[in-house]
Design a protein around this ligand. Structure first.
Ligand code: CAA
Ligand code: NAD
Length: 283
């Protein structure tokens, strides 16, 4: 199938990056968010990153203008009526995602593929909420999207081979590497990453070491590019907590219980970099 027009729903840190890589690959992209502020900020972030690429000699000014020109913004979901592919990147909450998918099912053309960037929620359940479950799939980008090479592609039990193939081909067109995984809580990436982050938070909670020292151990001792607490702030502590809850509930195993300190920070509104405070503070 031919994919020309894409909509990305949610213009937060993931949605804006996803919209950027689609536009860079030559696709027309509509960015949707219920908040005009989020759209303005998302678009401004893309413009800044594209300009930096030109300054660094990684992109011509002509390409930058053409890429920027392929992006539109809208707060109206009905604008998905001419889209061949929609990638949803709203908050990690099943009720919100199901509501978005049910609306998309009514609005988009019957051939359209509906993909979700969920970090951990069951794709099978999201697919079952629509009348086209065979055209629903997980397309899980990594943060920061313009930099990270991986896209985890998650098949719902209902996903057709044709849908899978279209998304694998699209991932390659975006110059990313697809890895196919089954639909289990946290898939592969977050089943492994998030318990490490949660354990790092327990280490602070139990007074074993400060956030700075935990991060230093993992950066200098294990060569991780970011320490786990810096990474947790970068991902968003709310997103980390949602993912731990999905793992805990999905596997029914106490080894996935979210650290009480993580819960406390989220309750305080300390969500990491995006809110200005998490394990560290940000300007
Ligand atoms: N958005 C876009 N580009 C960014 C960026 C951002 N937020 N942050 C950095 N970059 C770009 C820079 O512009 C730079 O690009 P060039 O090479 O073209 O100059 C490049 O990344 C390297 O940046 P820096 O030199 O400033 O910094 P760095 O070398 O420390 O790298 C990093 C930054 C790539 C973010 C690195 O620290 C890293 O890899 N961190 C780990 C990221 C990670 O683990 N991501 C996965 C999170 S989990 C996930 O996404 C799944 C989930 O469901 C939660
Ligand atoms: P974010 O909080 O930065 O952005 C979410 C955006 O969605 C906000 O701008 C919000 O206004 C918008 N939104 C919420 N409900 C909406 C609706 N009904 N319609 C339209 N817009 C709506 O979140 P994020 O970090 O970009 O995460 C988005 C998704 O991507 C989540 O499912 C998350 O699990 C997943 N994800 C996150 C990361 C990460 O590192 N943060 C990595 C991979 C995947």
């Amino acid at each position: 199938m031919t994919i020309n027009q894409v909509m990305v729903i949610g213009a937060g840190q993931m949605g804006a990056g996803i919209a950027q890589v689609f536009a860079q690959a030559g696709l027309n992209v509509k960015m949707n968010d219920m908040s005009q502020d989020a759209l303005d900020q998302g678009l401004a972030g893309i413009e800044k990153r594209l300009k930096r690429s030109v300054e660094k000699g990684k992109m011509t000014e002509e390409d930058q203008k053409a890429t920027y020109g392929r992006l539109q913004t809208t707060t109206d979901l009905k604008d998905a009526s001419d889209c061949d592919l929609v990638v949803e990147a709203v908050v990690e909450n099943m009720d919100v995602k199901v509501s978005v998918f049910q609306q998309l099912d009514e609005i988009t053309p019957s051939h359209a593929i509906l993909a979700t960037n969920t970090s951990s929620l069951p794709i099978t359940e999201i697919a079952a909420a629509t009348k086209r479950p065979e055209q629903v799939i997980g397309m899980h980008f990594m943060n920061p999207v313009p930099v990270m090479k991986l896209v985890e592609i998650i098949r719902a039990i209902q996903t057709s081979d044709e849908t899978y193939q279209a998304i694998e081909d699209m991932t390659k067109k975006l110059e990313k590497t697809p890895v196919e995984v089954e639909d289990f809580p946290g898939f592969v990436s977050n089943r492994i990453l998030m318990p490490m982050i949660n354990e790092a938070i327990y280490t602070v909670h139990e007074g074993v070491a400060s956030p700075e020292d935990v991060d230093a151990v993992m950066k200098l001792g294990m060569n991780h590019p970011m320490g786990p607490l810096t990474l947790a702030d970068f991902i968003g502590l709310d997103t980390c907590l949602y993912i731990m809850e999905v793992l805990h509930e999905g596997f029914g195993d106490s080894k996935y219980r979210p650290c009480p300190l993580l819960r406390k920070y989220v309750k305080a509104g300390w969500l990491g970099k995006k809110s200005g405070r998490g394990f560290y503070t940000y300007d």
